[in-house]
Design a protein around this ligand. Sequence first.
Ligand code: MLT
Ligand code: ZN
Length: 387
Amino acid sequence: MVGGSVPVFDEVILSTALMNQVISFHDMSGTLVCQAGCVLEDLSRHVEERGFVMPLDLGAKGSCHIGGNVATNAGGLRFLRYGSLHGTVLGLEAVLADGTVLNCLSTLRKDNTGYDLKQLFIGSEGTLGVITAVSILCPPKPRAVSVAFLGCPGFSEVLQTFTTCKGLLGEILSAYEFMDAECMWLVTHHLRLASPVQESPFYVLIETSGSRAGHDAEKLNDFLEQVLSSGLVTDGTVATDHLKVKALWALRERISEALSRDGYVYKYDLSLPTERLYDLVTDLRVRLGPRAKHVVGYGHLGDGNLHLNVTSEAFSPSVLGTLEPYVYEWTAEQRGSVSAEHGLGFKKRGVLGYSKPPEALRLMRQLKALLDPKGILNPYKTLPAQA
Ligand code: MLT
Ligand code: ZN
């Protein structure tokens, strides 16, 4: 997404792929301790067989490593329900630049003993140490999962549906994702997926997870009745069967893949006030005109996270010039974040200043100098290049 793991100049590449062992799983607390190279989907399977789920899930689950997930503080599709890795990671082991093995692989829920050092490494993108093992708290596996895929006539209806859904579904709501009509076009054309609902300007995917299917179905039906009768939603489908649930999720999860088949992709991952989330997409469609093939908005609406993506036939300096710094300035004006969940890596490190004050940047540099004085850990990433 941001070139965080991509070597650019003279780096040595380090792979943790062979460190793929589960160290322990505690089936009362749901605490998983594993090495950094475990693939997320393998871990999901491991804990699901024991009645738990991983607190994070993302499109790349089949190949991404848990160490990388933690190092990049990956957000993903379960964030709304289980929160950030800053909350669910209980401990980690990291190797520092001087070779010291820092064993903070605690499995305690509560440990208020001074600075919480593990937090430094979560989201550090490998710039402060190499994460070699993690301990992570897994919630119990919900017994009932339902997914509703709905069509909305406008973005205002997407927002009102969200408010209604929070009120009526309450504690069983586990995801609220949205995508616009152009995203649907991309997944149906490039990936040959079939849309399950009538064509609409916007689509939302709502997931509920709970402990009793009957109770969840009743709540979901009440909610659907209300949004359909009030016109907030114009068409929809609901799935509880595992395969159908997966197929509905694919429409949302595979947008990124469909975009990459459309041409050159300019990617933005922004946190914005939810009410204004889509304004930027509409605005950019006008500004870019026919120079862009597609200007799309999708993402984790429930978390206030917009994925704004633009495609053009080939890389175009004029498209880029229209997008930047405009997108970042717009975001800063809303006091948003220029990277909600993808991190800074190589591509976004120069725009950190739009989301953090100079004092915070200075402290980040001081931390980097303290932990990695020779600059050998994921060089050229995260921190802006120094003049
Ligand atoms: C997603 O939610 O699909 C990804 O984080 C964003 C992307 O792939 O562009
Ligand atoms: Zn995302």
